[in-house]
Design a protein around this ligand. Sequence first.
Ligand code: AMP
Length: 538
Amino acid sequence: MQLGAMQDWSMRVTHLIDHAAREYGHREIVSRWADGSETRTDWAGIRHDALRMTQALRAAGIAKGDRIATLAMNHSRHLVTWYGAVGVGGVLHTVNPRLFDEQLNYIVNHAEDRVLLYDAVFQPIIDRLREQWPCVNTYVCFDPPPGSDVLGFEEWIGAHDGNTTWAEGDERDPCMLCYTSGTTGNPKGVLYEHRSTMLHAMTGVAPNFFDFDSRSVMLPIVPMFHAASWGLPWAGTIPGIKFVYSAVNDPAVLCELMDREGVTHSAGVPTVWLAMFGYLDSIGKDVRDVGKIGTAIIGGSAAPRFMIERLMKNGVRVAHAWGMTETSPIGTTGAYPYNWDEMGFEERVDLVSKQGRPAFGVELRCVDLDDPGKVLPRDGAASGALQIRGPWVIKRYFKAEADATAAEQWFDTGDVAVIHPDGTLQLTDRTKDVIKSGGEWISSVELENAAVGHPAVAEAAAIGISHPKWDERPILVVVKKAGVECSADDIKAHLADKVAKWWLPDAIEFVDDIPHTGTGKISKKDLRDRFRDYKLES
Ligand code: AMP
């Protein structure tokens, strides 16, 4: 049959920056740097610099498909690199500088990065590891300290005039590579395509998700090196929003920027808000005192109820979303249900405490934990292994062999969830972290969420300890807030009306710190290792 008769317009992400520069060319991009200085550019400036960067990359011998890595925080030169790298037909590889040397070593070699652009604060990483990265032949520092002899970004692109065009190619060409920091084995690469990234960006600006319009001012706290910064550098071009970037995550700096630059939107993991709350408490202010902040997109781990409550009481819309590096990362969005206006405050908080509903384009389902062939009903009760499919969901990891037996494309997320009849997702655990007691599942996440609602608890993690009768029983590991006292019984009393009686932890252990992964999540694996020889009293 004949194809349709519309124009050819390949879904390549360079269209995004062309559009922003043409339609919103003067909309500002503000960067606050690690040394406290600030710079301002705009979408037209980002495009011009990205074109200059493609010239610099060509001069460095970079060809189509080559990987261009960054080891950097959030700022405008990093944003330029996103478009410069894809503009030359390359693959942008955002490396997480918080990973351990062993992982960094593996990732850069596995990706075969040719160019590495980095922030001066990460110079020690470069100095330590560059000998082990023979694939990298060009190093460029985004913010070289005065007097240093390293190649600086402005100097590097400064030799070029921007009078060039983007590389052409297929919309299924790769454009970006992100590695997930799995808790076991080596990190795995997720290779996004131009097309998948475009579809994801277009979904991101639908009213239900980022909720942007051209007046929006976004301060993304989610790093550009984590899960494609939730797709913000791509999506933000569509309505030409103003970005305010900070290369440091100090809450005082963030609050000052939010206030001064009229920030309306922010996006980050829950711990960011914990730090902000702590700072605001210390200066006797609350979220409503910080400029115009109206939308907080929270994801990456579960947003605790007290956090949602506090933000909502301050007039902030909380979009509690779920996703993964493997899903570009949008899976669900904190969409309003049709009956939001009729809901009371508590009912709203209940809803927002769950993980939102699927974005158009992806489908979710849960299958039985013990029998993956059995798809579970969306009844708000049956909890199982969460699977997802859609055009921006991973088919296979970078350099992995195609799996000929995978007839159906459902990606196993490793999360355990319940799906409610209205489509709302409720995450209850990771498949590796659920605690099985007497044949029934206990959600470690729910125990933790309930525990962090206690005013003396800074952080909490629940793990299963083997038990002769029940197979496993939960214990709760708690870090107390500085200067606040509480006992195990206080915490148990606090939990008593929040979780089922048989879920109550058998013991509460106070510790000074809880181990985290390179992406800031609690590392249950390390915690379980620490408590390997732990004996329950009874
Ligand atoms: P990453 O690929 O590093 O972003 O990690 C993805 C994982 O983070 C998911 O599989 C979930 O386990 C967890 N996650 C993401 N968003 C949420 C959320 N809103 N609530 C609970 N866990 C989440």
